[in-house]
Design a protein around this ligand. Structure first.
Ligand code: SF4
Length: 64
């Protein structure tokens, strides 16, 4: 699984970083960024899927 954040859509709600802190972090302005690269470990896939579904702006895209 790979994950992408569309920074043009992110509105800094922060819920992604709460749901999957191993994958998402917030920058100094509260906008989402990736902790590492776009690859998601199997252990984090469930949390990332929840984070994507819970993003109010639909800014998170998951690909295989
Ligand atoms: S949940 Fe969505 S809008 Fe909120 S910080 Fe994460 S990517 Fe941005």
């Amino acid at each position: 699984m790979r994950v992408h954040i569309d920074s043009t859509k992110c509105a800094a709600y922060g819920t992604c970083a709460e749901r999957a802190p191993a994958v998402f972090r917030l920058d100094d302005w509260g906008y989402a960024a990736l902790v590492g690269d776009s690859s998601v470990s199997p252990a984090d896939e469930s949390a990332v899927t929840e984070a994507a579904a819970g993003c109010p702006e639909r800014a998170i895209t998951i690909t295989s």
